[in-house]
Design a protein around this ligand. Structure first.
Ligand SMILES: [Zn+2]
Ligand SMILES: [Zn+2]
Length: 102
């Protein structure tokens, strides 16, 4: 069974340790830039700190769930349906689509 976002346990940021709904602390390598969407550590934008949602890739996971983007391992990742054995969120596809829309 796939673990959907609503079933996921929220946890503190695994790098800087802030609680869900708090902003990351300077130097956190999980934080993403709110302007260019890149890793905050490695960009030069003067962006406001990103708020940690409690779930890594929450936005991308939700996108997969809303748009039925699922993959499973079969000598490589292949698209599949949500009910297939071993199906999981197709994060790569979601990231690509989200990046191309923003
Ligand atoms: Zn953090
Ligand atoms: Zn940036």
């Amino acid at each position: 069974m796939i673990e959907l976002v609503k079933d996921k346990q929220k946890s503190n940021c695994h790098d800087c340790g802030v609680n869900p709904e708090e902003k990351h602390i300077e130097g956190c390598d999980v934080e993403r830039c709110t302007i260019c969407k890149g890793q905050s550590l490695s960009c030069d934008c003067d962006s406001p700190r990103e708020t940690w949602t409690g779930i890594a890739y929450e936005k991308e996971l939700l996108y997969c769930e809303e748009n039925n983007l699922w993959v499973k391992w079969n000598d490589g990742w292949v698209r599949c349906s949500k009910d297939d054995d071993g199906a999981t969120h197709d994060l790569n596809a979601a990231v690509k689509i989200i990046m191309s829309h923003e």
